[in-house]
Ligand binder design. Sequence first.
Ligand code: GCB
Length: 600
Amino acid sequence: MLYPKINDARTVMDLSGIWDFKLDDGKGFEEKWMEEPLADPVQVAVPASYNDQIEGVGYRDHCGWAFYQKEIEIPKILLSQRVVLRFGAVTHSAKVYLNGELVCEHQGGFLPFEAEINHLVQPGKNLLCVAVDNRVNYSTLPIGNEVGAAFFGSDLPDIPSVNETVQKPHNAPNFDFFNYAGINRPVKIYTTPKAYIRDIVLVPELKDGEAKVHYRVECAGDAGEDSGEVTVRFFDEEGEEAACARGSEGTVLIENPHLWQPGNAYLYTAKAEYGEDMYEEKFGVRSIEIRGTQFLINGEPFYFKGFGKHEDSEVHGRGINEPMNVKDLSLMKWLGANSFRTSHYPYAEEMLDLCDREGIVVIDETTAVGLNFGWNDEGYAKFHTKEHHEQVIRDLIARDKNHPCVAVWSIANEPDTEKQPQAAHDYFMPLYHLAHECDPQDRPVTLVICQNDYTRDITAPEMDIICANRYYGWYVFGGDLDAAERAMRTEMKYWEKLGKPWMLTEYGADTVAGLHKATGNMFSEEYQVDYYKTINKVLDECGFVVGEHAWNFADFATIQGTLRVDGNKKGLFTRERRPKLAAHYFRHRWHEVPDFGYKG
Ligand code: GCB
């Protein structure tokens, strides 16, 4: 799906700003709140999560629908064009109305969706209403526990009468990040000519110092008289034409190409023209390949240094925060990091554009987090996510396929691959193959496994790159780093035999900023440093380890619970992005560890 851009043929109106907002009291649909201006609304900013914008438990912990409204006018002059209403992400599901009429519905809180609205637009004022549902359950991704047994929250007492009396409807996410909701990413109206470019697919192929670029331009709509044929021109960063082609599909040659490299990005532009329409898509020339135990970018063995992250900041919640995105990439460069994983959902398109530009390598993850804890009695039979999971994989790859920064697809974080190994295999292998089929660049595919009896897992070994989260020294052998080191080393001997690239996608220790100890113990800044030094020592001994992603880049908000003191504190930075001691440790380490050829 193309991102809305303004150019000679298209225009974009950004609907960011203050919107009317009202939590549903259970009667919103019955009373048809979408048809009239909301009675007694509060004001919230869009895009952003609503939870932390207004004080009160009611807003923070709301469970169910909420209504947003905005009055909009569409300039008459635009109505001869296709007028499209587009949402970057609405969490977790949405019903969109214009003047009381249903425009579209969408499931899943982290990918864009859009609909043509010409037939519903009225002259003058139009009432746009978005109903948003934040509930997670056994059929959503991410997963929620319908019975209310909260992951990392307070366990229910095993006394039915007590449970019946104290439980009100509430969200019980089966994942360790606050269930922020709302219109989290930009809302835009854009136009295209009636015959228009629907999509552009770009596949660079690097061989013997030359780049072939296979392209496809998908056109749609009313072709009218004669929309003519497609022309695509390729420009380098200086604006010089590097190649040109006619036809909706073909291959061009770029001689002496500038490569897109981690830390040294170079972006070409493909400018497609079709009839009255045109669109410019950026792309990079680079190759990704797995050879033996190596992960190669442009033919060189790459070593991932970086983080699992979250889209999480004060007040914005999970809403897009572009200054914070810029700051985060700047801090990554300060640390000598070169990559991150979009744990545990697709991040905003704007962030991926930034990573393309800044040369940061991305492991792009779906929303499939939580297919694990609490299921183990009934296992995979308990949830109904397969079709939605397939849709998320299709939509994620359709959205991000051209980004040079994206190096790996992660189809899930920490599913149960051990308690029911065969059921996990049956569930995930078709999804693994689907991801390969969907990606025109055929990037490596993985799923990220959790701390478990890895010898029972028959799914992870099938992945192109094995990604594991390990907490030896924290959840396992907490406080005993000698034991942690031994356990980690023992486990690595097991993985070495597989002969595949392996990376540690999460490891970390909760750390309260400012808590210092001469002899570090759990939660102190010193312990976090000792923990990382211990595990890194083992990683450095293993030639097949292709990367280390600390958990987490920054402290982040979670559900309330006895394991979380105002959120998850495993950040190398605080939530406000102040470095802990471990950030300085990694800064020292990662400036010594090269991006390429670290393990020979
Ligand atoms: C994990 C999860 C991550 C949690 C982390 C933790 O394994 O993948 O979502 O936040 O552990 O800190 O417990």
